[in-house]
Write a protein that binds this ligand. Structure first.
Ligand code: PEP
Length: 259
């Protein structure tokens, strides 16, 4: 089946850039990207919570068609959860995409598949779109367990989520060994795993859903490797960490089609 999946390039700023720096990078990016870039792909930025209001103001007042994202949220609406931010709070700031289950959240903060499934549902409830991250460690890959790990993360992450919602969301395949290490998966390996992700979605939610869902690759995406990765038939975008912290590099990734 032929598809029309618009690529989504997302910048995950992690715990970098204060709100002054955030405004600066958004303004620089807005000079570097033009209408043809936004026509060719969707672009989202995922700043730290303290920057979101400032970035929202700049995007809206300067009518910059970049999409506002967040890196994480709690699954409850409100409550005694010190330090947490609710999906409703993000929705009020016009956040559209929320990264859910990033490996740093899973590995450092102990998020489980059950938490992640609850977050996927909570994000949808607030009319935002989850970017569900999945991926294996180097040990799991070397032991031949990459696919079973990823299949489990997808099955658990999507439990009880309706087909239409699954079709509208994004899965980011991010091999943990490639995140922030400079070790990118080869385009062939990334394609193989993204195609596998699509097969898993097909098993759960059927062929039409699998054909519609967008699958990003993440893990040391840079201007030099973006085009080869994004050329792969099952890779519909990139989740970019380090290289999204410099306007120049991120803009070159967004413009991958020109390289
Ligand atoms: C990420 O933060 O999801 C990521 C892929 O980081 P990096 O691009 O730095 O590997």
């Amino acid at each position: 089946m032929t598809t029309n999946r618009k690529p989504l390039i997302s910048g995950n700023w992690k715990m970098y850039l204060n709100h002054f720096e955030a405004i600066q990078i958004i303004q620089t990016l807005s000079y570097q990207l033009d209408a043809s870039d936004y026509e060719a792909c969707d672009v989202s930025v995922h700043p730290p919570f303290t920057d979101i209001r400032s970035v929202q103001t700049v995007l809206e007042s300067d009518r910059i068609p970049m999409i506002l994202g967040a890196q994480h949220c709690h699954f409850e609406e409100k409550g005694a959860f010190t330090g947490e931010v609710s999906p409703g709070m993000l929705e009020k700031l016009n956040v559209k995409y929320v990264i859910v289950g990033h490996s740093e959240r899973r590995e450092i903060f102990g998020e489980t598949d059950e938490h992640i499934n609850a977050k996927v549902k909570a994000v949808f409830k607030h009319t935002m779109t989850p970017i569900l991250c999945v991926g294996e460690t180097i040990e799991e890959r070397e032991e031949g367990n990459a696919q079973s790990k990823v299949r489990g993360q997808i099955q658990n992450g999507l439990k009880g989520v309706g087909k239409e919602r699954v079709a509208s969301m994004v899965v980011a395949y991010e091999p943990i060994w490639a995140i922030g290490t400079g070790m990118t998966a080869t385009p062939g390996d990334a394609q193989e795993m993204c195609s596998f992700v699509r097969d898993c979605v097909k098993e759960i939610a059927g062929g039409t859903t699998a054909d519609t869902i967008r699958i990003q690759y993440g893990g040391s995406v840079k201007p030099i490797n973006a085009a080869e990765l994004l050329k792969q038939p099952d890779i519909d975008g990139a989740l970019v960490g380090g290289a999204s912290l410099e306007a120049d590099k991120f803009a070159r990734i967004v413009k991958y089609r020109l390289h």
